[in-house]
Design a protein around this ligand. Structure first.
Ligand code: ADP
Length: 392
């Protein structure tokens, strides 16, 4: 099937500073794409180029097969069958909710019967029926957002652009809305290009994630694939792998690993790992959620502990100790530094022998000074060569 939107080799600079460095991807009909990345990575620039609000320096934007933005051609926004929901919703303040939603259909000279039917359906789907006669200022932020979405959907655009659509909602409403919106957009079969800096919002919304950094794309994949197999250190950090250990690449083990002052930390590798040799600097990243705390008592009663024992701190001569049989877990000796209450769990800081401060979650606070082991699965530890891009 032909894609609705194609982005090819898109380049854009501001006063000589590149904001987009050759972006490529496409979106098929009915697909929801979320573009995720930190502030300044080029998300808004990309959105504006797709909307026709800015012109690229090179490459092209194609809609339904037609080139609409190139360095020499710019189809104006109103001539693209695209609608956008802005961060501040941009509702017309003097028009009722009904008129706001009907506006596009009236401009397109739809019949009054069509307008009534279409707008009636959207009021119902977005739970806005009780507010049809009110003005935008008489609605809450969440209700205004639903009006902006209804208005954008009324004319059935080829593509809906969502620019940080939840940024003005409080946290509870944000969580509710992203799930509801993801359900509604799928039910309507809308093709969506969604931009956010919030990974959870992107996960909840997207069929496919485009993860950007510094004007380029680090990874395009399904949300779960990006989460399980982050292609770069910056994707891993962005998607929650906040624990970081640094050390040289270990030599000759059954699993790729880094060496940490006598201990090994084994993990999964991404494509740029194989080009690196032993002793080159590298980092290991893992999520606090993946880590568990073990004391001597717990280890003694855990039959699986023996298998992975070689990966723990202090085993320098580990050839016989199990590490070279590809362990399932990494274990690092550590000391509890602090526990902080987070509602349904405690976030605990533990300091390793190498002075690294690592986070884990626990169901109760752990006493500062307690010694034990931080255990985390090799499968959920991500190894990357230490390059400029792996800095946090
Ligand atoms: P994001 O939406 O991911 O925060 P932007 O697309 O807004 O990123 O910005 C990408 C880069 O381009 C940033 O370095 C930003 O400072 C720069 N930039 C964005 N818009 C302009 C502009 N109108 N003039 C000059 N520089 C800009």
């Amino acid at each position: 099937m032909n894609p609705i939107l194609e982005i090819r080799e898109l380049h854009k600079s501001y006063a000589g500073q590149p904001a987009l460095r050759g972006i490529d991807f496409s979106v098929s009909r009915g697909q929801i794409i979320s573009v995720l990345g930190p502030s300044g990575c080029g998300k808004s620039t990309l959105l504006q180029l797709i909307a026709g609000l800015q012109q690229p320096d090179g490459g092209e934007v194609r809609l339904r097969g037609e080139a609409v933005s190139t360095a020499s051609k710019l189809v104006p926004p109103e001539k693209r069958n695209i609608n956008m929901v802005f961060q501040d919703y941009a509702l017309w303040p003097h028009m009722s909710i009904l008129d706001n939603i009907s506006y596009g259909l009236k401009r397109k000279k739809a019949s009054s019967a069509d307008i009534r039917a279409k707008v009636g359906e959207l009021l119902r789907l977005l739970h806005l029926e009780p507010f049809a006669e009110r003005l935008p200022a008489q609605l809450s932020g969440g209700q205004q957002q639903r009006v902006a979405i209804a208005r954008a959907l009324a004319t059935q655009p080829d593509l809906l652009l969502l620019d940080e659509p939840m940024s003005n909602l409080d946290m509870r409403l944000r969580i509710e809305m992203r799930t509801e919106l993801s359900y509604l957009l799928r039910k309507l079969g809308t093709t969506v290009f969604h931009v956010t800096h919030d990974p959870e919002e992107a996960f909840a919304m997207a069929d496919r994630l485009v993860i950007m950094r510094s004007g380029g794309i680090d990874q395009i994949d399904r949300p779960e694939a990006c989460y399980r197999r982050p292609a770069t250190a910056s994707v891993a950090s962005l998607l929650g792998a906040g624990n970081r250990l640094a050390g040289p690449i270990a030599e000759g083990g059954a699993a790729p690993a880094i060496r940490l002052d006598g201990a090994f930390v084994a993990g999964r590798t991404a494509s740029d790992w194989s080009a690196r040799g032993p002793a080159e600097p590298a980092i290991a990243l893992f999520r606090p959620d993946a880590a568990a705390w073990e004391t001597e008592d717990a280890r003694a009663s855990d039959p699986g502990a023996e298998v992975a024992a070689g990966a723990e701190a202090g085993i320098a001569d580990s050839r016989e100790a199990g590490f070279f049989a590809a362990p399932a877990f990494n274990r690092l000796a550590a000391r509890i530094a602090h526990s902080a209450f987070e509602g349904n769990r405690w976030r605990v800081l533990a300091e390793t022998g190498t002075g690294d401060m690592l986070s884990l979650f626990h169901h109760e606070p752990l006493k500062a000074g307690t010694r034990g082991w931080l255990r985390f699965p090799v499968d959920e530890t991500y190894l990357y060569p230490a390059t400029a891009g792996s800095e946090r």
